[in-house]
Write a protein that binds this ligand. Structure first.
Ligand code: ATP
Ligand code: MG
Length: 353
């Protein structure tokens, strides 16, 4: 037996389970792996079907074959909790369940289920962080709102005074009041953040990205190149084109500012399957990576960059990422970031359903 063929209905059920499901024959060769399993091991079924258990689990669990054999021989299932695997880039923690399948007619096999437990921990941490960032944003909105009204009055009064004054030298002062009020007004407007719900239409994400690329290319230094690595097969998605441009522009603009005189920014799109965003599991999502080879995010602000008013730039207001995050959240999406000198990656996930 080299692999198991299932009716498509059962195949769909297995692929939609949040647990990885693997089936080994009696010589401990892999005969089935579901989609969650492929993602967990970062392999495709085609590459690994037929492989021995020990080469699939590699150094993660040298005892795996002994365990599986014991289950096959004894017919008794076993579970191991909180096993740490270094299968992907980050170590993951799983609960392992091994069950013998011994029926009269079918050849004996052993079923292995892996339930990723740290995913639940990660989701609740993400939620806590998002709600803190939302609270900071609400506080700032409240403050901006309080400033907005008196500011209007101040500007109006300066304008009236400006008309009354005959002396040009004195009118210099009213001019300063008006100009500074306008500057404050635009800051307050940004602090208030996106104020309308998204007007969603079917859109091509690459149109949005091309617009962003053109805008940033114009304002960036001559030595900055923006490279495209798009997957053209990505289907259309529902979104507010202006808001997505704004959100992604804030992220790509940061990258251009970070690289300075010379550098490379890559905008990469890929399809992702079975992505968990908050509590929602999405069958399909688009992942947009904005990668730059600049100096990286300063370690002292790394954990706070999505909070409003956190900035590492002298002329920055620290609102760009907070606005980007709230726009992307309104689209049911998520932004993540990882950074080291020479390699900063902002990943935007948007659901495709
Ligand atoms: N690609 C990046 N490389 C290095 N640091 C970054 C990068 N993106 C963001 N940062 C850091 O995160 C900070 C916050 O970014 P954010 O866009 O929120 O605010 P800002 O750029 O400072 O100001 P604003 O966008 O409001 O003009 C930046 O000041 C910068 O220090
Ligand atoms: Mg910015």
């Amino acid at each position: 037996m080299s692999s198991v063929h299932l009716p498509s209905f059962y195949q769909r059920i297995l692929d939609n389970l949040s647990d990885a499901v693997l089936l080994f024959d009696k010589s401990l060769c892999l005969i089935y792996i579901n989609m969650t399993g492929e993602m967990l091991f970062a392999v495709s079924a085609r590459q690994v079907l037929g492989l021995r258990a020990r080469s699939l689990f590699l150094a993660n669990d040298p005892m795996i074959e002994r365990d599986l054999n014991r289950v096959l021989e004894s017919g008794v299932s076993f579970t191991k909790r909180n096993v740490v695997f270094a299968l992907t880039l980050h170590p993951i923690t799983v609960n392992l369940a091994v069950t013998p399948l011994t029926e009269d007619k079918a050849p004996p096999a052993v079923l292995v289920q892996l339930q990723q437990v740290d995913r639940h921990l990660r989701i609740s941490m993400e939620e806590q962080l998002l709600s803190q960032q939302n609270a900071a944003r609400m506080l700032l909105r409240g403050l901006a709102h309080e400033i907005k009204n008196p500011l209007g009055g101040l500007r109006g009064a300066a304008q009236l005074l400006d008309r009354e004054l005959a002396d040009d030298e004195q009118r210099e002062y009213t001019k300063i009041i008006i100009e500074e009020s306008d500057r404050l007004q635009s800051l307050v407007d940004r602090m208030l953040g996106p104020n309308k719900p998204p007007q969603k239409n079917l859109l091509n994400i690459h149109r949005v990205l091309e617009r962003v690329r053109q805008l940033v290319q114009v304002e960036a230094r001559a030595g900055v190149s923006i490279v495209r690595d798009y997957d053209p097969s990505i289907p259309s998605l529902y979104g507010d084109s202006d808001q997505l441009i704004q959100a992604i522009l804030n992220i790509v603009r940061n990258a251009a500012q970070a690289v300075g005189e010379q550098g490379k920014i890559t905008i990469c799109t890929r399809i992702q399957r079975q992505v968990t965003i908050g509590h929602q599991r999405n069958k399909l999502a688009v992942k947009i990576d904005v990668i730059d080879d600049g100096p990286g995010i300063a370690p002292d602000i790394m954990g706070q960059i999505f909070y409003p008013m956190v900035t590492g730039r002298a002329e920055g207001t620290g609102l760009g990422l907070s606005i980007a995050q709230s726009l992307i959240n309104q689209h049911g999406g998520l932004v993540e970031c990882s950074s080291s000198p020479g390699n900063t990656v902002f990943s935007i996930f948007l659901p495709l359903e």
